[in-house]
Structure formats: C-alpha cells, structure tokens
Design a protein around this ligand. Sequence first.
Ligand code: DGJ
Length: 697
Amino acid sequence: MLVYLRAAGASLVLDARGAYPVVVHWGRDLDDLNEPSLAALADAAVPAVPSSALDVPLRLSLLPTVAQGWSGRPAISGHRRDEGGSVPDLRLVQVQRSATAAVLDLKTKDGRLRLTTDIELTRQGVLRVRHRLRNEGADDFQLASLDVLLPVPTEASEILDFTGVWAYERRPQRTRVRDGLWSRESRHGRPGHNDAFLMMVGTPGFGFRSGRIWAAHLAWSGDKRSWVERHPLGHTVLGCGELLTPGEMRLAPGEQYATPWAVTAWSDSGIDGLSSRLHAWIRDIAPARRPAPVVLNTWEAVYFDHDADRLDRLVDLAAEVGVERFVLDDGWFTGRRDPRRALGDWYVDQDRWPAGLGPLVDRVHQRGMDFGLWVEPEMVSPDSRLARAHPEWVLGPSDSPTWRWQRVLDLTHPDAYAYVLQRLTALLTEYPIGYLKWDHNRDLLHEGATHRQTKAVYRLLAALRDAFAHLHIESCASGGARIDLGILPLVDRVWASDNNDPLERQRIQRWTSVLVPLEYLGGHLGDTTAHITGRASDLSFRLATALLGNAGVEWDLTRTTPNERADIARWIVRYKQLRHLLHTGTLVRADDDRLGRYLYGVVDAHGDCGVYVLATLAPPESGLPAPLRFPGLEPQRRYTVRPLPLGPPVRTVGEAAPAWLRSGGVTLPGRVLAEVGLPAPLLAPAQAMLYSAEADG
Ligand code: DGJ
C-alpha cells in the first residue's frame, strides 16, 4: 500500500508495499497524486546500486537495520537470552491508513516481536511518529533501543541544535553535516540545561525567515538522544529516541514498550515556519489554562527570608502594581531555612508560619490576587524527617553523592508516590492554591531508574490536574532544564531560566520560543542589578524583555521607588492589553542576529495587527544601523507602525531620531515594511523599544 499524508503544505509519502516501509518523500506537499502517480513516484525513487555495496538498492526504511543493508545507527536493537546481541528484522504485515494517519504493523519472522508504528500528520503539518513494541515470545526480550528515524534530503546539510549550562540555557550551535553521526545525548534524568531541544537540519545558512528545515524533538522528559547521521552512500537521517540503559527495558512475555512521540516538522520558510506549525499544534492539543496571569514570584525578592511583615508588604505592592498571582517560592515548609535540608517535609513550617499559610493567602485574595506555591515533589533532602523515616524511598545507594544537597525520591515506590500525592492534595485542599511552581533541582544519575521515574512524574502531574481542575502548574528545573513536549501538555507554564538579566534572557527566550508558544514562556522583571550576572540594566529594557511571554515580576518591590512602581503598573496594563494577541498570534523574527540586535514580534491570526520588540544586544555595526524590516504582516495590507512607550525613555545616541519616529509613526503596506523597512533608531546597547502595527480598516 502507498500512504500519502498531506496537511498545511507538508506531506509524507510512504511506500508500504514491500517488506519494509520506505519513506519516499517528507517535505513540501506534492498536490493531488492519484494511486498510479504515487506508485510511479515510489518506483522511480528506487536508487542506483553503487559499487562495493549490497546488490540490491539501499532504500531507507522507517526502521533501518543491518538486515536491510543500513550500516548506520539502527532504529532498533535488543536481544533474548537465547540469542546474541541482535537487531530484530521486523517486516510489514499490515497497513491501515486514513487521510491524516497511518498505522503499520510489523513482525519478526518467528513472530516473537510485534511492532506497531503510529504516524500522524496533524492539520498544522506536524508529523508525529512513535513505535510500540510487543513481546509475543515466551521469554523476556531485552530492549536496548527503539528510535524514530526519518530520511532527509542531501540539501539538508547544516545542523542547528542547542546546548547550555545553568542560567544560560539554549545556546544555539551550528555544525555542518559530515559523514558520520552528530548525536546529542542527555543522561540527566531530565532533558538538562544542555538539552539539544530541537534538532534542526536544513539548507546552508537557514534562518528565521528563510531556508528549508527538517526538525525533530522527542516528547520526553527523561534521558534521550537525537541525531543526524550521514552515510557515505549519501543517505542522511534525522533520528530521536529514549536513551535506555542496559537492563532498563526488559519486556516480559506479553509486555509492550511505547516510544515517546517523535514530534517532527518541515518548513520551507525558515525557523519561523517550524515554530508556527509547532505552536499551532501545541495550542490545539494542550491549550495552556488561560489567561496567563501576571505573577509575582518571591524568590529573588526575599529568598529564604520568609518574614511575615516583609511578605505582607510585598503582597500589598504586588496588588498595587496590578499583579494577578502571588507565588510563595522555596522556604515555607518545615525546617527549610536554606537549600541543604527539609525537601520532602511538605508541611507548613510552624515556627515561621505559626498560623499556617492562611493569613498570607487571605491577604493575597483580599487584594484580588490568586495564590501560588513552590514545591519540589520529586526530591528529598537527606536531612529531612522523610528521609530519616523512609530511607527505602530514596533512590540509589545511600552513599551516592548529593546534588544541591538533595537526593531523588523514588516515585516508583508506591508508598512514596502515595505520600507525595497525599501531601500535595492536602495542601491544595487546605489552601485555595491556584498554581504550583513545580521545581526539579538535580540530575537523577541513577542508571535504570529514569524511564519509570519519568512516567511516575507524568502520572502524578496528571492526577493533580484531574483532581484540581483550576490548578495551573509551572515546570521549573533549576531554571529551564525540563522544557519538552512530554511535560508541556501537563503544565501551563515553563520557567525558561533562573537568569533574569535581560541581555541573557533575550537570547534564552528567543531560542526557547522556537518550540514553546509564548503563553507558556515564563519571564520575569528582575532587579536593576541582575542577581546572577551582577550586570545592571535599564528598567525599560527589562520591561520589554519580560513582556513577550508569560510575564511576571521577581524583584523586591519594597525596595523600588514610586516612579519605578508606576512604570511597572503601566507595563502590566500594557501586558494585559496585549496578552490575547501575544498568546494566540504567530511569532515572527527578523534575521537580524548578526547585527547584534533582535527584531521580533507577534502578528494576530487575521493579520490585523502586530506588536514588535527591537532589542539591541551589542553596539551597532555602523553609525546608522540597518533598517528595521518588520516580518509577518500581510503584504497587501497597509499598516500604521508606531512606537509604544514602555517605562522610562530608552537611551539613544546621535542628534535626532528617524523621521518616522519623530512624527509618531508611518503607514505603509506590509510588503514595504518587510522588504524595505524603516530606519532604525540609534539605540545604545542593552535597550529595547516596542512597536505596534495596525492594519487600515
Ligand atoms: C531553582 C529555581 O529555578 C528557582 O527559581 C527557585 O525556585 C529555587 N530553585 C528555589 O530553591
């Protein structure tokens, strides 16, 4: 059978007529193709037979293995006791297809392994693939790896993926595709700060607005790998899958393992084209609970100093500037004075909070805000009542090293799981808590535990969401070490990084939002001098940086001036006005990175309006910087572009602003704004301006 899936300008052609399902095409939609044309295409795609190679053409199947002549990384490996290490030879037995999906059934010759591949091309053009492997033999099957591999054309010769460290997540890195394997592996038990995040491979120099790209992300919060491999014969594959440790996935007779979904997408309009498919799809399947309120988080405001008077003043000022949700961060539970102790003891600290959290929660509510609480349910401090009472609930040997003075709670232990669920349920029942900031501050580093632990976390999150329909959850992991499409459908917000320095934050948010829609992207207005980098920045730059996302404040407002608070209040009003646009529109980014600046924004679904940020990250390349070319507007429609004031005036150099800014705006067609652009203001480094674009009529 031939499978032809089409959606939103993308398509997949699969030749499922032989023993192995072969991807003939993944990329642009090929218009209407009838069955004979599809057959002709599939037949014509059979390659030549080169010298010193198999005597039959090497066609890349969905599960390439050595049995088919593929000497690259195989899509599956594993063994039984009565076999040596082996790569099972799975052959197609049945295909079902619909207009948008296909289900392929494969079996080994001896019938002991059965594999089902689910393929879906969503209406946004996102291609999802996963495998389900079932052991139908009479003895155990030890699965070593099962991955999703897709061929990409030779023109895809440049890779872009990510790395990073704590507070500097999602640093982009580019490399040329060469013969061999570019493989990124995460063994943190969470994706980690250096997560490859989205593995993109495309035409050389692809950018936000141009180039063809094929991209893959594994929707999984545990260990994983993604890679690009080019075989000397010229085949290039894009792959991803869960990273299993030896012995971790033993399938007893009748047991099944389902891979996480590989979420992939193709674009011929650069990274923005990928993001628009991915964001639209995520919004479809996992709409974040909205509207995303403006948060005040106490962490960088007070750290562990949970002094009632200080917090009361913070509550009052938060309400005064228009904050909608007050979040009490780390430090509220029994014995938690610093990060060295008490994780697991999820009872309100009686010394610091003699009357419980009630008075604080009441104050927050009386001032019209919602209350949120920090938790770190998957962890336990060795110095805690919990660890002392239940050492058997702590994962790994007792002498294994701690990380941030903490260990991991074994959530696969039914009693440990029940304890955490009970404690969280009790807190959520006792107090009207609208939001949990769910933290995860260490790598797991326990061989063989990650898969089940990750599943248990998903179960826990899902159970709480089911039980508390109003509850919002944020995924935080020492900042942005757990942001992936496995956890995203279970949460409403992600904490992109602990770094609130706007200069770093611009970069982190730019790249995190390649995958994550803005309504999920937590970003906070921090202190004048950033706590992590020690760098001072202007308020207007910090305000603009925290605006395009799910905005919040993480600053001790009791130390701010009335003028600063007035600016914050006006900024929050602006955020509330723009929130719907920001959280439902299309994210667009000009390719200005090499100019030391970003110009990016959001355009609404009908092309009626847009909002843009210009952020300067470095000194301009020339006295008169290149024009601002506003991407994403309807080419034929006329738009009025105006500056939107945001906080104190920005720092500029030179004698006069460009004419269009002096006159307060200009009206031009979208095509002109994108192709010719408007003269840029002479901003000093580390400044930002906001612009609106409104269509005529
Ligand atoms: C790490 C988080 O990323 C911070 O925002 C803060 O919540 C601390 N943990 C608290 O311990």
